[in-house]
Design a protein around this ligand. Structure first.
Ligand code: UDP
Ligand code: MG
Length: 338
C-alpha cells in the first residue's frame, strides 16, 4: 500500500472543503466513478479549510484507509483561494485539476479537460456556458465584475471561468513561486501565460448544502481581483484630481467675471458648500483607494506564511519536501540583529 502511494500520480484533483458534510457522500461516489475512467493513477487532495462540521472526520478517515486520497487540514478558515493554494502546493501529478466540492463543477468534465491537455493545452479551463440554480443577483454581479475586471486589467482573465481547471506540471511549478498573499487564483493563472484553452460546460446547481460564499467573501474576492491585477484605481486619483481642478479653475474665472460685471456675490453660499463637500468626498475616496493598496503592502511586509497546516493524513513522505519554503518572516530576519 505504501509503495503504491510513493509513486508519482499522473493526475491530482484538489478539492477545497468548508463545511461540506452534506455533499461528501455523493462527492466520493462521483470521484470513484471518475477515477475508473481516468487513464492514469490519480490522487485526490482534500483541503479542509477550517470546517466546523463532520467533513474533516469523514475525509481524514477516507485518507487514512485509501492511499489514493489525501487530507490536509488548515488551522482555521483561510478562504477558498488559500485552500486551493495549499492543495496545489501538495499536488504531485503531471496534470493538476482544481474542483469545487459541491459538484457544481461536474467531475465528468475532467475527462474533457484531460483530453485537451493531451492535445497540448497547458492550462485548460472549464468555461461555464450556462449556470443553473444560481440566483439572479449572483449571476448579474458576477457579469458586472468580470466586465469591469476585463476593462481594468492588461491580463487576459477569461469571462465565466472560475477556479475549475486543469494545469500542467510546468505551469504549476511557476505558480508555486508566486507567493502573493491576497490571491485571485484565476487571475494568476491568466497572468502566467502558456497555452490556454477552454472547455465549455454547464454549471449545475449545488448538489447539497448551501453556498459558502456569502456576499462578504464575494466582495473580498472582487477586491483581490481588481487591486491585485490593476493599478488603474490608483491612477484614477490623477484623472479625477485633474478634472476637478480644471472645473474649479473655470468656476473661479466665472466668479471673477461676475465680480467685474458688478453682481451681488454673497448669494454663492450654497454652491460653495456643494463644491467643498464634493472635493472632500473625492479626497476621501482617493485616500481609501490608496489605503487598499497600502493594506496589501502591509500584508506582504509582515511576511507571514500564506496558510498554516494543522494536520496531514495519507500523504507520502516526499510530498512534504515539495512544499515551497516561504521567505523568512520579517521577525525572523530581525531576530538575528540582537
Ligand atoms: N470554500 C472554502 N473556503 C471558504 C469558502 C468556500 O474552501 O471559505 C470551498 C467550498 O467548500 C467549495 C468551494 O470553496 O468547495 C466553492 O464554494 P461554494 O460552492 O460555496 O461557492 P459558490 O459556488 O456558491 O460561489
Ligand atoms: Mg458552489
Amino acid at each position: 500500500m505504501l509503495q503504491e502511494s510513493a509513486e508519482r500520480p499522473r493526475y491530482s484533483i484538489v478539492i477545497p472543503i468548508f463545511n461540506e458534510e452534506a455533499v461528501i457522500p455523493l462527492l466520493l461516489h462521483r470521484l470513484e466513478a471518475l477515477m475508473r475512467q481516468l487513464d492514469g493513477r490519480t490522487e485526490v487532495i482534500f483541503v479542509d479549510d477550517g470546517s466546523r462540521d463532520s467533513s474533516s472526520i469523514v475525509l481524514a478517515a477516507k485518507a487514512a484507509h485509501d492511499p489514493r486520497y489525501h487530507f490536509v487540514a488548515l488551522s482555521r478558515n483561510f478562504g477558498h483561494q488559500l485552500a486551493i493554494t495549499a492543495g496545489l502546493d501538495l499536488a504531485r501529478g503531471d496534470a493538476v485539476i482544481v474542483m469545487d466540492a459541491d459538484l457544481q463543477d461536474p467531475p465528468e468534465v475532467i475527462l474533457d479537460l484531460v483530453a485537451e491537455w493531451k492535445k497540448g493545452g497547458e492550462i485548460v479551463y472549464a468555461q461555464r456556458i450556462e449556470r443553473e440554480g444560481e440566483t439572479w443577483f449572483k449571476r448579474k454581479t458576477a457579469d458586472l465584475f468580470y466586465g469591469i475586471l476585463r476593462r481594468l486589467t492588461a491580463v487576459d482573465i477569461p469571462r465565466d471561468v472560475g477556479d475549475f481547471r486543469l494545469v500542467d506540471r510546468k505551469v504549476l511549478d511557476v505558480f508555486k513561486q508566486m507567493r502573493e498573499r491576497d490571491r485571485f487564483v484565476r487571475g494568476m493563472f491568466g497572468w502566467v501565460g502558456f497555452r490556454q484553452t477552454a472547455v465549455p460546460y454547464v454549471r449545475s446547481a449545488r448538489a447539497a448544502g448551501s453556498t459558502k460564499y456569502p456576499l462578504r467573501k464575494m466582495l473580498r474576492l472582487a477586491n483581490d481581483g481588481l487591486v491585485g491585477f490593476s493599478d488603474i484605481p490608483l491612477r484614477m486619483a490623477l484623472w479625477v484630481g485633474s478634472i476637478v481642478s480644471i472645473a474649479a479653475l473655470a468656476y473661479g474665472a466665472y466668479v471673477i467675471g461676475l465680480y467685474f460685471a458688478g453682481s451681488e456675490l454673497v448669494t454663492g453660499w450654497a454652491s460653495t458648500i456643494v463644491v467643498v463637500s464634493f472635493l472632500l468626498g473625492v479626497n476621501l475616496l482617493m485616500t481609501g483607494i490608496v489605503g487598499l493598496y497600502v493594506g496589501r503592502i502591509h500584508a506582504e511586509v509582515k511576511g507571514r506564511p500564506l496558510y498554516i497546516v494543522a494536520r496531514k493524513v495519507g500523504f507520502p513522505a516526499e510530498a512534504e519536501a515539495d512544499l515551497p519554503k516561504d521567505e523568512p518572516a520579517a521577525w525572523e530576519r530581525r531576530a538575528s540583529w540582537h
